[in-house]
Design a protein around this ligand. Sequence first.
Ligand SMILES: Cc1cc2nc3c(=O)[nH]c(=O)nc-3n(C[C@H](O)[C@H](O)[C@H](O)COP(=O)(O)OP(=O)(O)OC[C@H]3O[C@@H](n4cnc5c(N)ncnc54)[C@H](O)[C@@H]3O)c2cc1C
Length: 350
Amino acid sequence: MQVDYIIIGQGICGTLLSWELMREGNKVLVVDNSQNNSSSRTACGLINPVTGMRHVKSWRFDELMETAVNSYGALGQDLGLQLLKENLLLHFFEEEEEETVFEDRVRQGSEHLYFLEDAAVWQNYFLFQGKVGVIHPCYMLSLPVFMAAYRKQLQNNALLLEEDFDWKELKLENKKAQYKGISSDKVICCEGVGARINTYFDFLPFSFNKGEAILVSIPDLPRNHLYMNGIKIAPWKDGLYWIGSTFDWKYDNINPTKEFRANVERKLKNWLQLPFEIVDHIAAERPSSTDYHPFLGLHPQHPELAVFNGQGTKGCSQTPFFAKQMKEYLLFNKPLDMEVNIQRIFNKKR
Ligand SMILES: Cc1cc2nc3c(=O)[nH]c(=O)nc-3n(C[C@H](O)[C@H](O)[C@H](O)COP(=O)(O)OP(=O)(O)OC[C@H]3O[C@@H](n4cnc5c(N)ncnc54)[C@H](O)[C@@H]3O)c2cc1C
């Protein structure tokens, strides 16, 4: 069997990149070991225009979003789904200082922040004092539905090998990659934290971190908003809400913890004025990089190998833009931005 590209991993990176390459007429085979606790199957799916405690505009937000809206729109049409929804994020304040910071940013003219005029309406749903901030536009990507629908499409077209990629079976010779009788021009590594066992790209400075979420049923809460108050409540699949999250850099395992569940339960009891039921508790690792930028490029010694990984906390907004850039690099030799090119790692060491 002969293909143009083998892609390892069907998270958001492998999904978007395989779609981009196939749109140009390339034959792609995806190898994925279907781990339920992958980052893309656990994530909230929020795209937020601002970031951090000071609500600074997210890195390259406008250009990333332009591509994201187009790509998720076109992909959604292929799959018969609406993948992206625009929502308002209502920001309740745990501390007075948080409200002051938000107020300062509104005064400075931040285009993405304002205060709700009729905040009192929300007293029926939440216990709070003071103002309610709004962050807009926020988008929710239906990640679990999207990942499952794209996987089905790959299965139906016999373009998916459901197994662990077996590195011992990979041979790189005569500018081709050979894998279990399949010949490919390139193998592209999109394995998220599966990169841990990839010795070809072990020079990449990853900074993996663990995040947890609780899945909750809150039948009476309006589903057209997101709610933030130290924790984030976001509408998720099957009529549930996703509540999270944490950022842990030191952990022995990726199991959900009792502490996180107790913390969320306590916060909900103090804040939410509606009945709720905890349905599930999930956890995964984020494939972050030490400089917060993704990893794109060819292996320095083996041009039959490429990498597209390191999306960290911003996979939903960044991946469409950089999947397109990676495609244009592979097919048309267009340069990669140096901020994301893995060449930056070698330039830094010099
Ligand atoms: C709790 C949590 C909340 C998050 N919330 C958000 C959010 O709101 N917004 C946002 O933009 N981002 C969020 N993220 C981050 C986002 O999930 C990631 O940026 C993104 O999903 C990374 O996608 P990926 O394709 O690189 O990796 P993954 O999703 O991990 O996909 C990798 C795939 O490769 C497969 N694989 C790995 N190794 C192998 C192998 N050897 N052989 C075969 N298959 C293999 C895995 O099974 C998996 O399917 C969150 C992450 C977490 C953990």
